[in-house]
Design a protein around this ligand. Structure first.
Ligand code: AMP
Ligand code: MN
Ligand code: MN
Ligand code: MN
Length: 275
C-alpha cells in the first residue's frame, strides 16, 4: 500500500531537519508520497523536490497557513499548491511580515520579564524567513530558563504568559482562497488540537467549506485514536476529503515519526483519490 504523509516541517519553518535530510528520512521510513508543509512559506519546496529526484519518493508542494478565526488560531494546509502563484506568494509575504513584528513583541515581553537577548537568541535557531515560537523555545531552554520545549510552551509561550502575543494571522477565507488560486486543495490541519467544543468545530468546518475548503486531516500525529472516528464522521457529514499527515518536526520528538501514523479509516474519501 502506498504510504502518504501529507504534513511535515523542515528548517524552512520550525522543523529541525533541512529539506534534504527530511527527504532522506522519509525514504528510510518507507514514505512514498510526502507533502512538505512549512508554516506560512514555501522556501523549502525546491530543495525537497531536488533531493527527491533520484529516490522513489514523490514530493507534494504544500504549505501550512496560520489563520485567526475568532479568538482561535487554526492551521490550514494547502496541498499541491503552485508556489509561484502571485496571490499565494503575496498572502504569505504579509503573514511573514506579521510574524516578524510578533517576534519583536515576544522579545520585548520577555525582556520585561527579565529575559534579555531573546530575539538574537531565537534567531540563531531559525531560518532568516521564519521566526516562530519553537525558535524562542529552543533559546529559552538553551539559556536555562526552562527544562524542555514542552515546559516553555506551558510557562512562556501561551495565553497570559510573558512570551505570548495574540495572533493576527490571515482570515479563513483568505487562506482558503489563496490556496485555491494557487491550484491547490485546502485542508484543516489537526482539527482535534484546537480544544474547541464540537459545535464550534462544526461551525469552523462549515465556514471552511463555504469558502471552498476541500478536506480535513482525519489522521494526524499526536492524536488520540478515538479522535480519528470523530473526524472521519465529520469529513463524511460535511462531504469533505480526508487527509493523513504526521506533522513531523524533529527526530527529537520520538513519538512522531514520518509516515508512522494510523491508516485512514474505511469509509472516508482519501484526498489523494482526487489526484
Ligand atoms: P507559531 O506558529 O510560531 O505560533 O508556533 C506554532 C508551533 O509551535 C506549532 O506548529 C508547533 O510546532 C509548536 N508548538 C505549539 N505548541 C507546542 C507544544 N505544546 N510543545 C511543543 N511545540 C509546540
Ligand atoms: Mn510547527
Ligand atoms: Mn499546525
Ligand atoms: Mn504542522
Amino acid at each position: 500500500m502506498t504510504c502518504y504523509d501529507l504534513h511535515c516541517h523542515s528548517t524552512a519553518s520550525d522543523g529541525s531537519l533541512s529539506p534534504e535530510s527530511l527527504i532522506a528520512r522519509a525514504v528510510e521510513q518507507g514514505v512514498d508520497v510526502l507533502a512538505l508543509t512549512d508554516h506560512d512559506g514555501t522556501e523549502g519546496i525546491a530543495q525537497a523536490q531536488q533531493a527527491a529526484l533520484n529516490t522513489p519518493l514523490s514530493v507534494i508542494p504544500g504549505v501550512e497557513i496560520s489563520v485567526t478565526w475568532g479568538s482561535n488560531t487554526v492551521h490550514i494546509l494547502g496541498l499541491n499548491v503552485d508556489k509561484n502563484n502571485v496571490e499565494l506568494e503575496q498572502g504569505l509575504k504579509e503573514i511573514r511580515h506579521y510574524r516578524q513584528q510578533r517576534a519583536e513583541k515576544i522579545a520585548e515581553r520577555l525582556e520585561k520579564s527579565g529575559i534579555s537577548g531573546a530575539y538574537e537568541g531565537a534567531s540563531q535557531y531559525a531560518s532568516p524567513v521564519m521566526l516562530g515560537r519553537v525558535h524562542f523555545a529552543k533559546f529559552l531552554v538553551e539559556a536555562g530558563h526552562a527544562k524542555s520545549i514542552n515546559d516553555v510552551f506551558k510557562r512562556f509561550m501561551v495565553r497570559n504568559k510573558p512570551g505570548y502575543v495574540s495572533g493576527e494571522w490571515a482570515s479563513l477565507e483568505q487562506a482558503v482562497t489563496w490556496i485555491n488560486q494557487a491550484g491547490g486543495q485546502a485542508v484543516i490541519a489537526h482539527p482535534a488540537r484546537y480544544k474547541m467544543t464540537a459545535t464550534k468545530l462544526k461551525r469552523l468546518i462549515a465556514e471552511f467549506k463555504t469558502h471552498g475548503g476541500a478536506g480535513i486531516e482525519v489522521v494526524s500525529g499526536r492524536q488520540h485514536p478515538e479522535e480519528i472516528k470523530t473526524l472521519a464522521k465529520l469529513a463524511n457529514d460535511f462531504e469533505l476529503l480526508a487527509s493523513r499527515g504526521s506533522d513531523f518536526h524533529s527526530p527529537d520528538n520520538t513519538w512522531v515519526e514520518l509516515g508512522r501514523i494510523p491508516e485512514l479509516p474505511k469509509g472516508v474519501t482519501p484526498i489523494w483519490q482526487t489526484w
